[in-house]
Design a binder for this molecule. Structure first.
Ligand code: ATP
Length: 238
C-alpha cells in the first residue's frame, strides 16, 4: 500500500504541490493524470525519496518512509526520464541493481530472461546502453522496476516512447500485477491508458487533485462519454 498525506512542495516562491493526499491499496491501479507541469513527477519523486517534501508524509505498507533502505526494497520505481549509464550493458545494469536489492543470481537470470524476451530486447542485453533507442531504455527501466517482484510499483509515464505492441504489453502487465496483489501507482497524460487500466484516477492540475474516482464514475459525474472529455472539462474549471 502506498499512502501520501498532505504533500506540499515549493521550489523557491513557486508552490508546485499544494496539499496532495491519496491512498493506493494492494491490488489496485491508481493513476495520476495531469497536464504538463501539473505536479505528477514531483509527487512521484517525493514518494520514492528523490525529493524532500516541504510538508507531508509518505507511508509504504503502513510504515513512514524516510529513505530507509528496507522500506525502499518494498517498491519498484520506473522514472520518467532514463538516466542510464551509456557504458554499461543492459544486463550489467539490471544485475547490479538486482544484487543491491539482495536477489540471488538464479532468480536474477530467470527474470532477466523472462522479461527480456517478453519485451523483445533479450538479444541486445549484452550491448552498451548508450546505443539503445528510447523504447529500449524504457523497457530496461520497466524490467528494473519489477525484477525484484516488489509489493508496490511506482511507474512514471510507463508507456512513454513505446510502440503499440509494447504499450499493450505494459498495460496488461500492470493489470496482472494488480491482480497478484501489488499496489500500482502510475502517472500518465494519456487518457486512454488511464481509462483502460486504472481502478482510481486522480486528475492533477496546478499541484492539486481536482477530481478523483474510478474512470466510469468520473465520466458519470461530469456526464461525459470519455475520460479525455472529463479531463478537458475539469481542467478548464481548475
Ligand atoms: P510533465 O507531464 O510535463 O512531466 P508533471 O506533472 O510531471 O509534468 P512536474 O515535473 O511535477 O510536472 O512539475 C510541476 C511543476 O514544478 C512545474 O511547474 C515545474 O516547472 C516545477 N518544478 C519541478 N521541479 C522543479 C525544480 N527542481 N525547480 C523548480 N521548479 C520545478
Amino acid at each position: 500500500m502506498i499512502e501520501v498525506n498532505n504533500l506540499k512542495k515549493s521550489f523557491g516562491d513557486f508552490e508546485a504541490l499544494k496539499g496532495v493526499s491519496f491512498k493506493v491499496p494492494k491490488g489496485k491501479v491508481f493513476s495520476l493524470l495531469g497536464s504538463n507541469g501539473a505536479g505528477k513527477t514531483t509527487i512521484i519523486k517525493i514518494i520514492t525519496g528523490l525529493l524532500k517534501p516541504t510538508m507531508g508524509d509518505v507511508y509504504i505498507d503502513g510504515d513512514l518512509y524516510d529513505g530507509n533502505s528496507v522500506i525502499k526494497n518494498r517498491f519498484g520505481y520506473m522514472p520518467e526520464h532514463p538516466h542510464l549509464y551509456d557504458r554499461l550493458t543492459g544486463r550489467e545494469f539490471l544485475e547490479m541493481n538486482a544484487h543491491l536489492r539482495g536477489m540471488d543470481d538464479s532468480k536474477v537470470d530467470e527474470n532477466i530472461h523472462r522479461f527480456g524476451n517478453e519485451l523483445g530486447i533479450y538479444d541486445v542485453l549484452d550491448s552498451e546502453m548508450g546505443a539503445y533507442s528510447k523504447g529500449m531504455k524504457q523497457k530496461i527501466l520497466f524490467i528494473n522496476a519489477v525484477i525484484h517482484d516488489p509489493p508496490n510499483l511506482i511507474l512514471d509515464e510507463p508507456t512513454s516512447g513505446l510502440d503499440p505492441r509494447y504499450t499493450r504489453y505494459i498495460k496488461n502487465k500492470i493489470r496482472d500485477f494488480a491482480i497478484e496483489g501489488k499496489a500500482v501507482l502510475m502517472s500518465t497524460h494519456i487518457t486512454s491508458v488511464a481509462a483502460e487500466i486504472s481502478d482510481q484516477i486522480a486528475v492533477i492540475n496546478g499541484g492539486k487533485i481536482i477530481a478523483k474516482g474510478p474512470p466510469q464514475e468520473l465520466m458519470d459525474n461530469t456526464k461525459k462519454s470519455s475520460l479525455e472529455e472529463v479531463f478537458i472539462e475539469v481542467v478548464k474549471d481548475g
